[in-house]
Design a protein around this ligand. Structure first.
Ligand code: SF4
Length: 330
């Protein structure tokens, strides 16, 4: 199953699971709530990659504002149908990095597990929007990981790993903690900024119960994504002793200006999150309209360096398929 054909999450009763279940997946409904005309989206783009927006995220989008930076990240539009030969369906080489079903290894001493196909939000520029990986099984994963020398870090990704129930996630973490050389557990998630009710005491306990150092890499592209509810979720994560990093994507019309990128770093550190990466857009089919030119990126980077202390300057990087590390950019 591709990310674009994700089914509804299983029915459940906890607050965050209900919110995931009731995320908006009808563009007409979304535009009605935002008081925008129904002509504002592309049905063909929606068929290729379905809309999904939880209500917590919707609340942060301004009404009657088609250029709202949060709306632009999630609305299916006709520009997605533009074909460009330099864009493809697997720009970061995920398929060639798959070692066993659902387990990718691209870099030394780390392994990436795609433990969920579901996301709280569908980002239109997602580099996995065309990909399909079967979920890894715990026994096969442990068998493969146990054969690796000096594996220091496991990264849970997807989809979004926090769509797993607390019990399932805790089972993964407990099992991984038995690997002899493993030191860190990293989780890539958009939940704290999209469905902040996901941060529950039981989740925090599951993330911190082993000797593994827990690191959450969040995905926040614009300072407007952090409101009071998100702030409260981030506070809980911080006070639980979890290292918080952020990876953003440089997106045309959304965060490609000096003021917004400066505010983003300042807002992140105010919430005890370190700006980690600012990714050059992965050239995935359907995302050409988000691309920022090289000269504009270089100018922005230069300007940003003059505005921020070094620890608030994200690394500007590009992921190159098959490369043993992310390529630093100017
Ligand atoms: S949350 Fe991440 S994996 Fe999910 S759609 Fe967005 S970018 Fe893709």
């Amino acid at each position: 199953m591709r990310l674009s054909t994700i089914n509804q999450p299983p029915v459940s009763t906890s607050v965050w699971q209900q919110e995931l279940q009731h995320a908006i997946n009808n563009p007409d409904h979304l535009l009605h709530l935002l008081e925008l005309p129904p002509t504002h989206f592309s049905p063909a783009a929606h068929r290729q990659f379905k809309l999904r927006v939880p209500h917590s995220y919707l609340k942060k989008i301004a009404k009657r504002t088609p250029e709202d930076p949060l709306l632009l990240q999630i609305l299916p539009v006709a520009e997605e149908l533009c074909l460009d030969p330099t864009f493809n369906s697997d720009p970061t080489g995920d398929q060639i990095a798959e070692k066993i079903p659902g387990l990718l290894q691209k870099y030394a001493h780390r392994a990436l597990l795609l433990v969920s196909k579901t996301c709280p939000l569908h980002c239109r520029y997602c580099f996995r929007r065309h990909l399909s990986f079967p979920p890894p099984t715990l026994p096969d994963t442990l068998q493969w990981l146990n054969k690796q020398d000096s594996l220091h870090e496991v990264i849970l990704s997807g989809g979004d790993p926090l769509t797993l129930s607390d019990d399932k996630l805790t089972a993964w973490i407990t099992a991984l903690a038995g690997l002899p050389d493993l030191r860190r557990l990293r989780i890539h998630t958009r939940f704290p900024s999209t469905i902040p009710s996901r941060i529950t005491p039981k989740l925090l306990q599951g993330l911190t119960q082993t000797h593994l150092q827990p690191i959450l890499v969040l995905h926040i592209n614009h300072p407007q994504e952090i409101n009071e509810e998100v702030h409260n979720a981030l506070e809980q994560l911080y006070h639980a002793g979890i290292l918080l990093l952020n990876q953003a994507v440089l997106l045309k019309g959304i965060n490609d200006n000096l003021d917004i990128l400066t505010q983003l770093s300042e807002t992140l550190i105010h919430h005890k999150i370190f700006p980690y990466y600012l990714h050059q857009l992965d050239q995935v089919q359907g995302a050409t309209h988000f691309q920022v030119t090289v000269s504009q990126r270089q100018l922005l980077t230069e300007q940003l360096r003059t505005h921020l202390p070094g620890y608030l300057m994200p690394q500007i990087v590009e992921e190159v398929a098959g490369s043993p590390y992310k390529k630093p950019l100017l």
